[in-house]
Design a protein around this ligand. Sequence first.
Ligand code: HXC
Ligand code: NAP
Length: 269
Amino acid sequence: MDIFCDNAFAGKTIFVAGGSSGINLGIAMRFGAMGARVALISRSEDRIAAAAESVRGTGAEAVGIAADVRDYDAVASAFAQVAEKWGAIDTVVSGAAGNFLSPAIGLSANAFRTVIEIDLIGTFNVLRASWDHLRKPGASLISISAGQAKRAIPFQAHASAAKAGINNLTETLAMEWGPAGVRVNAISPGPIGDTEGMARLAPTDEETAAIKRRIPLRDYGTKRDIADAALFLASDNARYITGVTLEVDGGLLLGDASADALTLPERSR
Ligand code: HXC
Ligand code: NAP
């Protein structure tokens, strides 16, 4: 399909892990509006049912299933249910995550393990469990990473390690699964407005303004920005793209682009 047409994903099925809120729900809504059938999983029965209901509001068919990505059998069962209902799965988004700010010495072993288990092992579970139900050739798998996978941020040892693992897993699976016609990519969002993630990482107006000052494009991104990148990676327009982690971050990962950083030192004028 060509993403530049209306209803480009009609007849396609997308499976979104961690789809009950935020960026992942934004992706689900956008694919629904473009005609896809949408399956969602998250831990909470109530939240995932409500999310499926909002996707149905776009006119799409949608189903919400409660499953914890740390539980391989639960994830595999969700894929089996969706494939039984709609057939081969075209697009998988693995975006379940847990995060909070903590210095490394404030993390118990269980705290570190919990985030690794949700983000990294959860992503392995989702991608691995999808395999038997993917359209081959043609499927597109998209994991949701983050900038701290490549550039360290204090108080993010757990999430940074997990997301770095996701980037590497993306590359390995792209190599192993490419011959079957399955593309494996990731999206690395920058700070996205109106999300749980930024509410946890930069809760005050001052912190938000300080981050925006450093971003080359001078603003937070939107859920729509991430959904549009996912549409592209899932589409035939991206048919020759695999193994990449696409930064959708206004240039943040390039470094500090604040006015101070972009001011030529006096001695050089
Ligand atoms: C230190 C903490 C902590 C904190 C929890 N823990 N919060 N340690 N500082 N703020 C510890 C607990 O004490 C416990 O260790 C261990 O972590 C597990 O906690 P539980 O509450 O039992 O875990 P669980 O119920 O599985 O919940 C997982 C969670 C929770 C990650 C802790 O916050 C959650 O459910 N989050 C999902 C929503 C979310 O985080 N969304 C934001 C994603 S955004 P002990 O030793 O006491 O047993 C994101 C942004 C990325 O990823 C990048 C943006 C730039
Ligand atoms: P969010 O709304 O909290 O989304 C996280 C989702 O994961 C929720 O739907 C949650 O649903 C689900 N989830 C958590 N643990 C789970 C588990 N064990 N099993 C299944 N589902 C689970 O946060 P967000 O800010 O939109 O973040 C979404 C994704 O974008 C994450 O991968 C995050 O790391 C990434 N990201 C976000 C930003 C940002 O600016 N917000 C930046 C970079 C990357 P339940 O609670 O119902 O289980």
